[in-house]
Ligand binder design. Structure first.
Ligand SMILES: CC(C)(COP(=O)(O)OP(=O)(O)OC[C@H]1O[C@@H](n2cnc3c(N)ncnc32)[C@H](O)[C@@H]1OP(=O)(O)O)[C@@H](O)C(=O)NCCC(=O)NCCS
Length: 154
């Protein structure tokens, strides 16, 4: 909420929250066994969270025949941004990918989120496509980025 509300039309943003931040949707997310949620701590305080999804391809042709791990969300609370917590998160994601023999890690990121895109590129992610993200009726473009994590299989 604190990350994106000021960057979007409040009507679309509220509609998105009303449709998605409801108990039924959140419970379904938690009950899906492909989803894993992690809390990032800084000095014993919760500073952010991330979600990974096992074996998610979203029918993307370039992901279809690969064993894929999706890094779906990274959110760092404003007061903890700038501390490179996202680097720890990406590193942890790669470790999980290696432990479970995934071939690549991919993610979608809003095309205007230059900070996040810069960080992902620094970690070796490459843009391979895009998809439309419906934010309460505002159709936004997410860039799709991927990184091979098992060089022997790619
Ligand atoms: C994007 C986000 C995850 C980054 O997390 P973070 O741990 O605070 O990242 P940091 O600010 O410590 O920056 C890490 C790197 O990005 C660089 N960076 C910071 N601000 C930047 C900007 N505006 N543009 C380009 N690069 C930037 C930093 O210089 C740093 O690079 P370095 O490691 O070479 O020094 C965090 O800002 C966040 O949660 N944002 C809101 C939610 C969001 O956008 N999530 C991503 C959804 S895909």
């Amino acid at each position: 909420m604190e990350s994106f509300s000021h960057l979007n039309n409040p009507i679309h943003f509220q509609k998105y929250l009303d449709e998605n931040h409801v108990q039924k949707v959140i419970e379904a997310e938690f009950n899906n066994e492909k989803n894993y949620f992690f809390i990032a701590e800084y000095d014993n305080e919760p500073a952010g969270f991330f979600k990974i999804v096992f074996d998610e391809h979203e029918d993307q042709p370039l992901l279809k025949d690969k064993k894929c791990l999706e890094l779906e969300r990274i959110y760092i609370l404003n007061k903890f941004q700038g501390l490179k917590i996202s680097s720890e998160i990406i590193d942890k994601t790669f470790k999980i990918a290696a432990d479970h023999q995934f071939e690549l890690v991919w993610l979608g990121v809003w095309e205007n989120n230059i900070k996040a895109i810069t960080i992902y590129k620094k970690w070796g992610f490459e843009i391979f496509g895009s998809h439309i993200f419906n934010l309460g009726g505002d159709l936004q473009t997410d860039l799709l980025m991927r990184k091979n994590v098992n060089p022997h299989k790619n």
